[in-house]
Design a protein around this ligand. Structure first.
Ligand SMILES: [Fe+2]
Length: 542
């Protein structure tokens, strides 16, 4: 298992200290505060055997025990010519142990203790003395200063380790800041363009998984009519292939049911179905709308060096939740407004169609066909939707034409036809005060123009006729021929299609004819069938 940056800093400090002691002929032990020796000098041969003798170790343990976890101060005399120099080893500011160096003088090699230690370790005293002579280079006069220098060095190395830890903490903080900014930037960019909520949530999960060490990151949402389509009642997961998604989704839904606090996240210590690949913890944070919990964002089965959920993890998941919640809120509000807008348009067009029982459902069908044609000629989704709206409102100007004229069974007089011909301009005038419909106005004003310039109200020809109007024009004519009118019955489908083909290049943009003829009319026929009113000619068309 790899070490944390702090453990690494401490290990580097200990290594340097031992190395420097060795360089000045000081064998060094590492002891715990209770006197237990956990590391021995690395000296080999007879010298190493003497230093590892049980008696030396016992004496050292006694000395360390006597220091009682305090700074050892001056060198401790162990026996004649042998001193112990204690250097505290601090962890988080407290003494956790000692490095203990042994300083020897020649006097030590002739002392009773030396002879006893050699005898105890079954070593030949003269040969051992000879092996230890390179270490016996200190004197009673210098050992006090040496001890002071060693303690200062230990303190300096401690300070260096502290600075290294500080730098490591700072690097962690910097990494966290970078990851957070990067994540928020990525999510912010997604928010700035219209995106489906489920796509946005998925993107957030992918971003989180790329920077966090979790085997799964997921979100679950309540099932509610007021929720957004695509996310309502769903659970979304980004996960390692080995994850049991059924169990994790179940756990996610349970977290959603039990998470009451709309403000804060919660660490779950363990739960069934999770923790199989990584740590047992999961972190769960609420997703809210108007202060109400509508979902949860959670991550679990952490891997890497530390299986516990860290503040780095919670910070980043919190930051992502803070982006997802307002996005969902804004998108839901937009969806509500859009639904209200479309509902208003539908009500308006139904009211116009109702003026003439023969044109019941005409606007909705023209909108459908014009949008289908727009899609077939490769226009993007947003434009197709605008074409649909233009189709819905294309005949709104008929509101200004008397019902007696619109529903007249016989031939129209010139004056009556002039009244009819005013409806595109009337519609344009009615709608031009609505900013949200500004881009669809050309579709309304020019939908009765013809490719050959013989239409109304302006007589524009070819590409001078805006595309929206050309799309609506062909759909409008198709629907008029396919449904019964006050002055004639519905035409059979084959005849209608032949007429559309024949009029390419005269009435219609010739490039739109073939794509139009390729539209699947199944849905259109359903719309025609469900419209109330007289016979719509489907019997003949079939
Ligand atoms: Fe019209």
């Amino acid at each position: 298992m790899s070490r944390t940056p702090n453990e690494h800093a401490e290990s580097v400090t200990a290594g340097r200290l031992r190395e420097r002691c060795r360089a000045v002929g000081l064998p060094v032990w590492r002891c715990l505060v209770d006197g237990t020796v956990v590391e021995h000098p690395t000296t080999r041969g007879l010298a190493g055997l003497w230093l590892g003798a049980g008696m030396i170790e016992r004496l050292m343990g006694r000395a360390v025990h006597a220091w009682r976890g305090e700074d050892p101060g001056a060198p401790m005399r162990l026996f004649d010519g042998c001193w112990l120099l204690g250097m505290p080893e601090r962890v988080a500011g407290r003494i956790a142990g000692y490095h203990v160096a042994m300083a020897l003088s020649h006097e030590a090699l002739y002392s009773e203790h030396f002879l006893a230690a050699c005898s105890g370790a079954q070593l030949d005293a003269p040969a051992t003395r000879h092996a230890l002579e390179p270490l016996a280079r200190h004197t009673a006069a210098s050992v006090g200063d040496l001890g002071r220098l060693m303690r200062w060095m230990a303190a300096d190395l401690d300070e260096l380790a502290g600075a290294t830890r500080g730098l490591s903490d700072f690097t962690d903080a910097l990494t966290f800041s970078y990851e957070t900014i990067d994540l928020l930037y990525a999510l912010g960019r997604s928010m700035s363009r219209p995106e489906r909520p489920d796509v946005f949530v998925r993107r957030a999960l992918v971003s989180l998984q790329s920077v966090l060490d979790f085997y799964w990151i997921g979100a679950a949402f309540i099932d509610d009519d007021r929720m957004l389509p695509g996310v309502s009642g769903t659970a979304v997961l980004e996960h390692d292939a080995r994850i049991d998604t059924y169990s994790v989704e179940k756990a996610l839904r349970r977290m959603l049911e039990t998470h009451g606090d709309p403000e804060g996240g919660e660490i779950h210590e363990s739960f069934p179905g999770a923790g199989a690949l990584g740590g047992p913890q999961a972190y769960c944070v609420p997703l809210t709308r108007s202060g109400r919990v509508i979902g949860v964002l959670a991550a679990g089965d952490k891997h890497g060096d530390d299986p516990q959920v860290s503040t780095f993890d919670t910070g980043l998941i919190d930051a992502a939740a803070c982006q997802i919640s307002p996005f969902l809120e804004t998108t839901a509000l937009y969806a509500e407004q859009h639904a209200m807008f479309m509902g208003t348009l539908s009500a308006l067009t139904s009211a116009i169609d109702a003026k003439d029982p023969y044109t019941c459902g005409h606007s909705a069908r023209v909108a459908y066909l014009a949008a289908a044609l727009a899609q077939r000629v490769g226009l993007d989704g947003d434009t197709v939707e605008r074409v649909h709206i233009a189709g819905l409102v294309h005949d709104v100007g008929k509101i200004g034409v008397p019902e007696a004229v619109l529903g007249k069974a016989g031939r129209l007089t010139d004056e009556e036809f002039d009244r009819i011909k005013q409806h595109p301009a009337i519609g344009n005038k009615i709608l031009q005060g609505i900013p949200a419909l500004r881009d669809v106005l050309p579709g309304v004003l020019y939908h009765h123009e013809r490719w050959d310039g013989k239409g109304y109200p302006t007589g524009r020809a070819g590409e001078d006729i805006p595309l929206f109007a050309r799309l609506i024009g062909i759909a409008d004519t198709f629907d008029a021929m396919s449904s019964s009118r006050s002055y004639r019955a519905a035409m059979p489908r084959e005849k209608v299609l032949a007429e559309i083909r024949r009029c390419g290049g005269t009435q219609f943009d010739p490039r739109l004819v073939e794509p139009f003829l390729g539209i699947d009319l199944g849905e259109y026929d359903n719309m025609l069938r469900s419209a109330t009113g007289p016979d719509y000619g489907l019997g003949e068309a079939a």
